[in-house]
Each structure stands twice: as structure tokens, then as C-alpha cells.
Design a protein around this ligand. Structure first.
Ligand code: FAD
Length: 554
């Protein structure tokens, strides 16, 4: 007999599951309930529709209920909310949100794909008209209408994560003035602080009033139909609308009420085949707790790629295949005006928090050959195991070619590759696309040099730690040109240009360590090799002066 499969939620995870299941099982009876007005829409495109980058609303609808019926023989019910699961009877109660009618539907297999809901913190005034969260097309339509009807000129965005930043950029595209609040001292909280300094610069350069280390304590009605946003220093900021983007929380109400296990992170607990604690019920997407691929820790990583893959895996398993989910490594990318920030795997923050041993390097390289016009420098931070060189994580910030490098390293992490593999990785090259020694290879070279003992690294953090502890600081040797040194130097550094180093070795103390740096790390590496072979104890300061400045917020 054909099985009845009910899917709750009709966007990334739910829609992928429905379509895949039909491709594997022509007999199954598949029902997909979605409480909103649309299925399979592009949440990720919503900010760009607001900003006028995507002009055709229809393009955001990747598939309609009719398409699901005609192509996949899936019965889709929009405006239908699943209210309750009766696990013993294997039924769900479903309410038509337009008519109010409630029916009971039976299932053999249930798939929960309810996503995550935007957090609305319990601030005074958070429910006032004009305060929005963004989750679906209806939300973005409301913002569009509000801006148009009020001829809005000023917006406050609360939260400097992906959605807050994308909304900020697109409100600027719409011609609004934007104040962005982020309670931490950096935007993009998942990334390490020095890798987002460029984002702060871009935001300020575009006129955003960036309020770091500041938060909103209340919202109230202001004069002339404005909203008054009060910050923690009791300053008032007036705006025509407020976008609340302080994160999302897994939508686990149904699962919890049904007695399914919820993990410590607050997501639905599933096994690697996406099965919940009830074998007849699967769960996928933003609502589930995943295993972090690198750290093996339980985590919430709400991204579209994992949600789609999980939907597909659940369908495979329901259809009798033995697929399993490998975990999520948090590969993500953000476009912010002309800047791109991307990450994969573990960050330094995470490794520190978990006490995981790691080694770190920073390099700066061009997205394509420097001699070909239009090359842009990108910053790469690579984290790897000091024992075997396994790549643990990477972050890249720059204007071009960032996504390509992070995707290559993401695949390396997925395959358990080491920094020695990055050295050997063969990537395509023509001058307009890359370099014969691609930044990914360069990162591999620098990291491998450390593991082979060809150069001993020092991190700027160690330098600060010693300075802050009042410990004697090592001699810092800057091997850039005198002109570069005169323009910009680390306090108390001495300057011997690389080209003069062999002739001026006697000027350097032999009784302590020398910490060597240049602009971005290359000349310092050459200097370290010279000095080491002349018997000096040297360390290479990772990432050069550029990284020093990023870490110093300069
Ligand atoms: P969702 O896509 O949220 O779908 C869940 C659906 O379930 C919802 O439509 C909801 O109405 C429905 N539902 C919930 N409960 C019930 C119920 N009881 N009955 C019926 N229906 C129910 N990710 C990226 O990787 N890259 C990006 O660039 C990116 N940009 C984003 C931009 C925005 C503005 C937003 C909001 C998200 C973005 N994301 C991005 C995140 C990505 O969209 C999500 O990770 C992904 O959609 C999760 O898929 P899901 O199926 O788990 O949940």
C-alpha cells in the first residue's frame, strides 16, 4: 500500500523533501502544509527585492503549489497550519487559516520543516506598527508598502548579522538613512573580529550610522508618525521604520508539544538520517540541531544549503535509501556593497572557547595576477591543527574571488584535507582569474612552513598579551623599506629592509627572540629564513602590519 507522507513547512527543507521523495517514490501520497501564503520562495532574495536589485517579485517564487501538483503530484495546502501531532494515532490537526476550519489528517511518515522564527526581544515598543522582522514575502511586502506610504527616509536596523547587514545595504539602495545597532563590538558575530574590520569601514563609507557596542532599550512613538528608538546611553534615534534582525530561534513548538526530544541548543534532536526521537517523524532545516562538522559539537546553523540537503536526505531515507547527513560546517558568504565576507568551518573564537589546539595564519593575496588590471587584495585567515595540519576553518574578506577561495577550502575541510593538501591543490589559472600560486596555495605554503619548522609563527595576540601583562616585549624587526616604515610602524619596532639584512646582521641582538614582520608577511618570511640560518631565534608575525592594524581596529 502506498504510504502517506505529511510535510510541515513548504520552503527550503520541506519543498526539497517533497520533490526528492516524489522522484524516488511514484506511489507515495505526499501532502505539504504551509501556513504562509507561498511555498518554495527565495528567503535569501528578500532583502534584494526590497533594495530594487531584484525587480520582479515573481522571480522569488521558485515553485508554486500548481507546479508541485503538476510536476510532482504533491498536494500543497498554503494557508494551512499544522496545530498538533498525535504520535500514537499518527495524525496531525490542520487548520485552514483563512476559513478557520480544522481537520485531522493521518500519516505514515511525518516530516517537520518549520524553520526558525525571527527573535522579537521583549523590549518596550517592539510590537508597535513600523517595527518589522523579515522571514517571508509577506513581511517584505509590508516593509515595501510602509516605506512607500510613509515616504520613509530613515530606518533603524537592530542586529549586525547577515540579515541585518543585507537589510541595511538594501535600505541604503532605497535611499534611506540607516542607523545600525550591534550590541557586540563587531558586525557578523560568527566571524573573528579582525576579519570584519573592512565591513565596518564599508558601512561607514556608505553613510551608515554604525552603532557598535550599543543596543536598543526601548521603542516608542515619536513626533510626526516617527518611531523613537532609545539606546542604552539613553540617546534617542528617530526613524520611520525599525527592522529587528537579532537572530532566529528554531520553531520547535509542534515538536515539543508532541514530546519529541529537543537538544540543548533548542533545536529538534535528530540522528544523522534526520529521524527525530520518534522513528515515524523526521525533521530538517533551521528547526533542527545539527552536529558541527569540524568540532562535532551540537549547533544551530540556520542556512539554506544544509536545509535543502537535509530535506533531500530525509526523502532518501523515507524511500528506503541509506543516505546520511555529515553535519554542517557553517559555510557562508555575505555581500556588503562591494565587499565580500565568507567563512567555513571553525573560527578562532570557537576553537578558543572549546580549548581545541590550533595554529593560525593570516595571508593577503590578490584575487588574480597583480599585473593584470583590476586585481584586489583579499585577506585569508586559516586555522589548522598543529598536530597533523588538518584544516579546521577559514575566513576570507575582500572584493573579488572570495567565494571561490572559501568554497575550495570548504571542500578541503569536507574531505579532511590538510594544509599540505592546500599546497598541492591545483586550481585554474589565467591572469584575469587567479595566480599561478593561488591565495589558497599560498595559505597552504605558509601554514606548511610552520608545521615543517621552516618558520616559527608569532601571533599579534601574543604580542598584545605580553604588552598588557607588562612582560618584556621581544625586539620587533620590520623589514619593509624606510619609506614604508616612516609612514606607518609598530611602536618600538626597528627597521632593516630585507635587501640590507645580510649586511646588517650585527645590529641585531642575539640574546633574545626577534619578531619579524613586513607589510603582509612575504618579506618577513624571507627574512626569517635568512636570520634562522644565521643562528638567530626568530618568529614571523602573522599577516604583517596589515593584520596588526586590523587587530588594532586601525
Ligand atoms: P523556512 O525556509 O523558514 O521554511 C519553514 C516554513 O515552515 C515557513 O514558511 C513557515 O511558515 C512554515 N511553517 C512553520 N510552522 C508551520 C506549521 N505549524 N504549519 C505549517 N507551516 C509551518 N541562508 C543562506 O544560506 N544564505 C542566505 O543568503 C540567506 N539569506 C537569508 C535572508 C533572509 C531575509 C532570511 C529570512 C533567511 C536567509 N537565509 C539564508 C536562511 C535560509 O533562508 C534558511 O536557512 C532556510 O530557508 C531554512 O529552511 P527551512 O525549510 O528550515 O525553513
Amino acid at each position: 500500500m502506498s504510504k502517506r507522507v505529511i510535510i510541515v513547512g513548504g520552503v527550503a527543507g520541506g519543498a526539497s523533501c517533497a520533490a526528492r521523495l516524489r522522484r524516488l517514490d511514484e506511489q507515495a501520497k505526499i501532502f505539504m502544509y504551509e501556513r504562509g501564503a507561498d511555498v518554495s520562495f527565495a528567503n535569501c532574495g528578500l532583502p534584494y527585492y526590497l533594495g530594487g536589485v531584484i525587480t520582479n517579485r515573481q522571480k522569488l517564487l521558485l515553485a508554486t503549489p500548481e507546479r508541485f501538483r503538476d510536476w510532482f503530484n504533491v498536494e500543497v495546502r498554503i494557508h494551512h497550519e499544522v496545530l498538533k501531532i498525535d504520535r500514537e494515532a499518527r495524525t496531525v490537526d490542520v487548520r485552514n487559516t483563512q476559513t478557520g476550519e480544522t481537520t485531522t489528517q493521518s500519516y505514515d511518515t511525518l516530516v517537520l520543516a518549520p524553520g526558525a522564527a525571527p527573535i522579537r526581544p521583549s523590549l518596550p515598543g517592539v510590537d508597535l506598527p513600523g517595527v518589522f522582522t523579515i522571514r517571508n514575502l509577506t513581511d517584505i511586502d509590508q516593509v515595501q508598502n510602509w516605506i512607500a506610504q510613509r515616504e520613509a527616509e530613515r530606518a533603524v536596523v537592530i542586529g549586525g548579522g547577515y540579515i541585518g547587514l543585507e537589510m541595511t545595504e538594501n535600505l541604503i539602495h532605497r535611499g534611506l538613512d540607516v542607523t545600525l545597532f550591534e550590541m557586540l563590538d563587531q558586525v557578523m558575530p560568527p566571524m573573528d573580529p579582525e576579519m570584519v574590520v573592512a565591513a565596518h569601514e564599508v558601512l561607514r563609507a556608505r553613510g551608515v550610522d554604525l552603532q557598535l557596542s550599543n543596543s536598543v532599550t526601548a521603542i516608542s512613538e515619536g513626533p510626526e508618525e516617527t518611531l523613537k528608538v532609545i539606546d542604552r546611553a539613553s540617546q534617542s534615534h528617530f526613524a520611520d521604520l525599525v527592522i529587528m534582525a537579532v537572530g532566529v530561534r528554531p520553531d520547535v513548538g509542534l515538536a515539543r508539544d508532541a514530546g519529541l526530544q529537543i537538544g540543548h541548543t533548542g533545536g529538534i534532536r535528530v540522528d544523522d538520517q534526520m529521524r527525530t526521537s520518534d522513528p515515524a517523524i523526521f525533521a530538517v532545516g533551521d528547526a533542527v540541531e545539527v552536529r558541527d562538522f569540524v568540532t562535532a559539537q551540537p549547533a544551530l546553523i540556520p542556512l539554506a544549503g544544509p536545509a535543502n540537503r537535509q530535506g533531500r536526505i530525509a526523502a532518501d531515507v523515507i524511500a528506503g535509501r541509506s543516505s546520511s547527513f555529515r553535519g554542517t560546517q557553517g559555510t557562508a558568504v555575505l555581500g556588503l556593497f562591494d565587499l565580500t565576507l565568507a567563512m567555513t568551518g571553525a573560527t578562532e573564537k570557537t576553537l578558543k572557547r572549546l580549548g581545541t589546539p590550533y595554529e593560525v595564519i593570516h595571508i593577503h593575496g590578490n584575487d588574480h595576477a597583480g599585473y593584470y588590471p583590476g586585481a584586489h587584495m583579499m585577506a585569508i585567515k586559516l586555522l589548522f591543527s598543529p598536530d597533523d595540519g588538518r584544516v579546521l576553518g577559514a575566513q576570507v574578506t575582500g572584493r573579488a574571488g572570495v567565494d571561490k577561495r572559501i568554497d575550495v577550502i570548504a571542500m578541503a575541510i569536507q574531505k579532511g584535507a590538510t594544509v599540505f593538501d592546500l599546497e598541492e591543490t591545483e586550481l585554474c589559472y589565467a591572469p584575469q582569474y587567479g595566480s599561478a600560486k593561488d591565495p589558497v596555495n599560498m595559505a597552504g605554503f605558509v601554514a606548511s612552513n610552520i608545521l615543517r619548522g621552516d618558520v616559527v609563527p608569532a601571533d599579534w595576540d601574543h604580542w598584545y598579551a605580553r604588552r598588557d601583562a607588562g612582560e618584556p616585549l621581544p625586539v620587533v624587526l620590520d623589514v619593509r623599506t624606510p619609506e614604508e616604515f616612516a609612514a606607518d610602524a609598530v611602536p618600538d619596532a626597528i627597521n632593516i629592509p630585507l635587501g640590507e639584512l645580510r649586511a646588517r646582521l650585527d645590529e641585531l641582538p642575539r640574546d633574545g627572540e626577534l619578531w619579524v614582520h613586513c607589510g603582509i608577511g612575504q618579506r618577513a618570511y624571507y627574512a626569517c629564513r635568512i636570520l634562522q640560518q644565521h643562528g638567530y631565534r626568530v618568529r614571523n608575525l602573522a599577516g604583517g602590519l596589515k593584520t596588526f592594524k586590523l587587530k588594532n581596529g586601525m
